[in-house]
Design a binder for this molecule. Structure first.
Ligand code: ATP
Ligand code: MG
Length: 181
């Protein structure tokens, strides 16, 4: 194979059932910011707890911005919110994602947990396919979350599936602050 250097943004997917998807995306964000790149993270599913990531980001302004538009987990962890509430929040997050990607203001856009919104049909996969196809060349796009749809996997350039081999949750240990969130 003949290797070449390219100067355009590519598409990443972090999926699978193991720990490390959001933290991998954050790692990419930190690396990009250290090269003075502008990064936007949009959280599609906001946890029911305060997200530790938000505090870090305040310190990294103006390079890193984070927007949390989700309505918490869908159908798990005692979720009682109507589907329409989740759908509206996801749709708004997606509108912001489209606008931000096209704005030219960001070198990297991370759509955290968007795959879960696709699985729950809060957003249409075909619309995300369209967005990937029409993104400005320079934008590095990162999608995280379990259940990445096949159509997205096919389009992406980097696809990493984190496989759960062990997780303390399965021994009854709850998510730990500063490690899991
Ligand atoms: P992290 O944010 O730690 O990188 P993740 O993004 O890969 O995790 P998610 O599917 O977004 O994982 O899950 C969010 C939360 O659930 C995190 O607190 C994470 O530690 C935890 N978690 C991840 N994998 C599992 C699992 N297999 N069983 C139970 N909890 C998990
Ligand atoms: Mg995650």
């Amino acid at each position: 194979m003949k290797f070449k250097q390219i100067d355009k943004g590519l598409v990443h997917v972090y999926t699978g059932d193991g720990k490390g998807k959001t933290t991998a995306a954050l790692g990419l964000a930190v690396r990009a910011v250290s090269y003075k790149k502008k990064v936007l993270i949009i959280q599609f599913i906001k946890g029911p707890w305060r997200s530790g990531e938000l505090d870090l980001v305040r310190k990294l302004k103006p390079y890193l911005q984070i927007k949390s538009l989700g309505q918490g987990f869908v159908k798990i962890l005692g979720d009682k919110k109507p589907f329409a509430v989740h759908k509206k929040a996801a749709q708004q997050a997606f509108i912001l994602a489209k606008k931000s990607i096209k704005s030219g203001k960001f070198d990297m856009v991370i759509l955290d947990e968007i795959n879960v919104s696709l699985k729950e049909r809060l957003i249409s996969t075909d619309e995300v396919v369209k967005l990937i196809g029409s993104k400005p060349e320079k934008v590095e796009l990162v999608l995280t979350g379990r259940y990445a749809p096949a159509k997205i996997i096919k389009l992406a350039d980097y696809v990493s599936e984190v496989k759960m081999v062990k997780h303390p949750f399965n021994r009854g240990i709850l998510a730990r602050s500063s490690i899991d969130y």
